[in-house]
Design a protein around this ligand. Structure first.
Ligand SMILES: Nc1ncnc2c1ncn2[C@@H]1O[C@H](COP(=O)(O)OP(=O)(O)OP(=O)(O)O)[C@@H](O)[C@H]1O
Ligand SMILES: [Mg+2]
Length: 260
């Protein structure tokens, strides 16, 4: 559950830091898959502070743990240890209760590495899905979905089945679905990974525009260094630790490996 900030132990976030404008934090995140000889430590001590309005890129090689980190931040998976804070409250993923469902549905918009649209449903139905899951009226949900499809430039595709759309169009539908619930944080897992260069730029520019116009705080995993360079800052992920990367050519590490 999402703990109140004044409750005991892990719910209380570290106080030494200036928390002004902090939207999301990760503290000492560790993720080990499996156990015994087959165990795989993907995140060892990942720390992150996202401030209101920032657009941050994570650039790291395949297998470094980008998706793992984003899933933990979205409370889609549970860390082996460490804590994720949203608006200064610890997110507790052990209890599958209403507060956690609310966090997943409303606080965070998630763009999956594979867009995960339902191919036999229309674009509008796909976008409406998160609203229907939280009990929104069907007509109203479809109306909001159409509005969001217009916002991503796909009003004329609303009634097309998702499986019939091009890769770039499918990614736009996925963006509309991620944002239709009005989240404050957008977590995007390689949103341009499957697109050609022209579509990748178009989708990234769309993300930039939506980030700005909707006052989002965005964290974007990408392999595309040119796109990452347009973000406010770039993080690397090495040996399970997040590092600040200064610029493309001169990736420099922050003291202590803290990415804040
Ligand atoms: N559920 C799982 N069980 C076991 N190992 C996993 C699981 N999910 C991921 N891994 C492993 O953890 C490591 C990190 O995976 P992750 O998907 O987070 O990497 P990534 O940085 O997103 O890579 P890519 O750029 O290819 O998407 C990989 O070695 C992967 O095989
Ligand atoms: Mg990944």
């Amino acid at each position: 559950m999402i703990q109140p900030p004044d409750s005991a132990s892990q719910a209380v976030r570290p106080s030494a830091q200036d928390t002004t404008g902090l939207v999301m934090e990760a503290r000492s995140l560790k993720k080990i898959y499996g156990s015994g000889e087959k165990s795989l430590a993907v995140l060892s001590d990942a720390n992150l502070s996202l401030r209101q309005g920032e657009m941050v890129a994570i650039v790291a090689p395949s297998g470094a743990g980008k998706s793992t980190l984003l899933h933990l931040l979205a409370a889609l998976d549970t860390p082996t240890s460490g804590t994720v804070y949203f608006a200064n409250k610890a997110i507790e993923t052990n209890d599958d209760d209403a507060a956690l469902a609310e966090f997943r549905n409303r606080a965070v918009g998630f763009l999956w590495q594979r867009h995960q649209l339902l191919p036999d449903f229309t674009a509008a139905e796909n976008v409406a899905m998160p609203l229907l899951l939280r009990g929104e009226d069907f007509t109203r949900a479809l109306g909001m979905a159409r509005k969001w499809l217009a916002e991503v430039g796909l009003e004329n595709r609303a009634d097309h089945r998702a499986g019939e759309l091009s890769g770039g169009e499918q990614q736009r539908v996925a963006i509309a679905r991620a944002l239709v619930t009005g989240p404050s944080v957008l977590l995007a897992d390689e949103p341009t990974g499957d697109l050609d260069e022209q579509n990748a730029w178009a989708v990234f520019e769309l993300l930039e525009r939506l980030h700005r116009t909707h006052g989002l705080t965005s964290l974007i995993a990408t392999h595309n260094l040119a796109l990452a360079a347009r973000c406010d800052r770039i993080l690397g992920l090495e040996h399970g630790v997040l590092k600040t990367r200064g610029a493309l050519a001169s990736a420099s590490e922050a003291p202590g490996g803290e990415a804040s």
